[in-house]
Design a protein around this ligand. Structure first.
Ligand code: ARG
Length: 460
C-alpha cells in the first residue's frame, strides 16, 4: 500500500523502494505512531470528520494493532514505505474503509516529528534513570573509602593530594549535568507538532491545545514551517548523549590506567574483565575500553545528523529520514554504556595504600607548603620560589617529603616553622582546603551529603 500514487502512471522501481524505505528502522516508532493516531482520531471527531462510532472503531483497531505489534511475525513480509504507512495499512485490514479518513488534514512530515518526540520523551526518562543509578554507584564507592588519599593530576603529572571521594564526586557532577541536559532535551521535545500539516498548517480547525493535553505534551509548537523542517529535538538528544558518553569515556580512561599494573590502585571485578587467548596472566579492562570505544560512535551520530541538516532548504526534505538510525543507534549505545559503567563501578575495589604511596612519593605537598608560607606573610612568588628550590634540592638528593625532618627543613630556610613542616604529610595539607567545593575532609563530607540529597531528589 502507498499513501500516494494518484498522479503517477507507474509505481516506484524496486531499487528506489529498497533505497528509500525506512520501515526496517522506523518500526521502532510503532507504539508512538499508534498513540499519535489514536489521539488524532479523537481530534478528527472533534472537528466533525469522524463520527463517535468511527472514532471508536479506529481507536479500537489501533489498540489491537498495538498488541499484535508485540509479536515476532507482525512485521514479516511487510514492504511498506515506512512505519506510518504500515500502521494505516493494518488499520485498513482491521477497520475497513473508515481507515481512509485517518490521514485527513495530517502529513507524515508532522507525524514523524510527533512520533520521534513521543519516543524521545520516554527515552530521556529512561536515560535519566540509568544516570541516577550510575551516580548512586559512585556515591557508594566513595563512601566505602571515605579517607582514602590519591594524587590528583594535571598534565598526567602528580599535582595535589585529594580525597578519593572528592575525585568520584567530580564525576558525580558531570553526570548530574547530563541528567539536567536530558531534562532540557525532553522539555524542548515535549511540544505537540500536530496541526502543522505538511508545512503550512492544517486545513482543519483542530484544537491543538486539546490534542497536546491528550498526548501529555507541555504545549504546542508555534510555527508550521519550523515543525516541518526541524530536527533540533533529535540533535539535542544526540548532543546530551555525546557529552554523557564523553564523561563515561573519561572515567573509563582513568580506570583503565588506575587498574593497570603501573598504578595498581583499582581492582575491577572478574565479571567485567576478560582474559587473553594467549597470555594466561591477563585480566583486561574490556568493558571500559568498549565504553571508551562506543563513545566515538555516539559522537559520530551527532556529527552525522548535524551534517545532514546543515544545508537543507526550508522545510521538509527526505534527507531528514536519515535522523532515525543515528538516534536509535545512540540510544542503544548510551543505555548499554551507562548500564555497563554502573556494573563496573559496583565491582571496583580500591587499594588505598597504593595511591597514598604515590602521593607520598611525590611532591604533591609543594603547593601546601608555599601557601602556608604565604599565609605566614611571605609574598606568594617568593614562597613559590623557595619551595621550588626545596623540591629541586630534594630531587637532586633523592629525598621524598617524609625524608625531611622539621629541623633539617628549618636549616634549609628558617621560614619553615615546625607548624609548616607538618604539611610534609599530604593529609595535613588537605585540611587547609575546606573551601566549599574543595578537597578538605569536612568539605568533602558535606559534598557527599549534599550529593546524596540531590540524587534522592532526582530519583523522585
Ligand atoms: N519516512 C519519512 C521520514 O522519516 C517520513 C515520510 C515523509 N515523506 C515524504 N515524502 N514527505 O522522514
Amino acid at each position: 500500500m502507498k499513501l500516494w500514487g494518484g498522479r503517477f502512471e507507474s509505481g516506484p522501481s524496486e531499487v528506489f523502494e529498497r533505497f528509500s524505505g525506512s520501515l526496517a528502522f522506523d518500526r521502532r516508532l510503532i507504539d508512538a505512531d499508534i498513540r499519535g493516531s489514536q489521539a488524532f482520531a479523537r481530534a478528527l471527531e472533534r472537528v466533525g470528520i469522524l463520527t463517535a462510532d468511527e472514532r471508536a472503531r479506529i481507536v479500537q483497531a489501533l489498540e489491537q494493532i498495538r498488541e499484535e505489534a508485540g509479536e515476532a511475525e507482525f512485521f514479516e513480509g511487510a514492504d511498506d514505505e515506512d512505519v506510518h504507512t504500515l500502521v494505516i495499512r493494518k488499520l485498513q485490514e482491521h477497520a475497513g474503509a473508515v481507515a481512509e479518513k485517518i490521514h485527513t488534514g495530517r502529513s507524515r512530515n508532522e507525524q514523524v516529528s510527533l512520533d520521534v518526540r513521543l519516543w524521545l520523551r520516554e527515552e530521556c526518562d529512561r536515560v535519566r534513570g540509568l544516570l541516577a543509578e550510575g551516580m548512586g554507584a559512585l556515591l557508594e564507592l566513595a563512601a566505602r573509602y571515605p579517607d582514602a588519599v590519591i594524587p590528583g593530576y594535571t598534565h598526567t603529572r602528580r599535582a595535589q593530594a585529594v580525597l578519593w571521594p572528592h575525585y568520584l564526586l567530580a564525576y558525580f557532577e558531570m553526570f548530574a549535568r547530563d541528567w539536567e541536559r536530558f531534562g532540557e532535551a525532553r522539555k524542548r521535545a515535549n511540544l505537540l507538532p500536530l496541526g502543522s500539516g505538511a508545512l503550512a498548517g492544517s486545513g482543519f480547525p483542530f484544537d491543538r491545545e486539546e490534542m497536546a493535553r491528550d498526548l501529555g505534551f507541555d504545549g504546542v509548537t508555534a510555527n508550521s514551517m519550523d515543525v516541518s523542517g526541524d530536527r533540533d529535538f533529535a540533535l539535542d538528544f544526540l548532543y546530551a548523549a555525546s557529552v554523557t558518553m564523553l564523561h563515561l569515556s573519561r572515567l573509563a580512561e582513568d580506570w583503565i590506567l588506575y587498574s593497570g599494573e603501573e598504578f595498581g590502585w583499582l581492582e575491577l571485578g572478574d565479571g567485567v574483565t576478560s582474559g587473553s587467548s594467549l597470555m594466561p596472566q591477563k585480566k583486561n579492562p574490556d568493558s571500559l575500553e568498549l565504553i571508551r570505544g562506543k563513545s566515538g560512535r555516539v559522537v559520530g551520530s551527532l556529527t552525522s545528523l548535524l551534517f545532514t541538516m546543515k544545508g537543507l532548504p526550508m522545510t521538509y526534505n527526505r534527507d531528514m529520514q536519515e535522523d532515525k538510525e543515528p538516534l536509535f543507534e545512540t540510544a542503544d549505545q548510551l543505555s548499554g554504556a551507562l548500564e555497563m559503567a554502573r556494573v563496573v563501578i559496583e565491582s571496583a575495589r580500591l587499594d588505598p595504600e597504593k595511591p597514598l604511596a604515590a602521593a607520598e612519593d611525590s611532591w604533591v605537598v609543594a603547593t601546601d607548603l608555599a601557601e602556608a608560607l604565604a599565609r605566614a606573610g611571605m609574598p606568594f612568588h617568593a614562597s613559590h620560589r623557595l619551595v621550588g628550590r626545596l623540591v629541586l634540592e630534594s630531587v637532586r638528593a633523592g629525598k621524598r617529603p617524609a625524608d625531611w625532618t622539621a629541623e633539617e627543613l628549618a636549616r634549609f630556610a628558617p621560614e619553615f616553622t615546625p607548624e609548616i613542616a607538618r604539611l610534609l604529610d599530604p593529609k595535613a595539607g588537605m585540611q587547609s582546603r575546606e573551601v566549599r567545593g574543595g578537597t578538605g575532609p569536612r568539605a568533602v563530607a558535606a559534598a557527599l551529603e549534599e550529593a546524596r540529597a540531590r540524587l534522592a531528589q532526582m530519583q523522585r
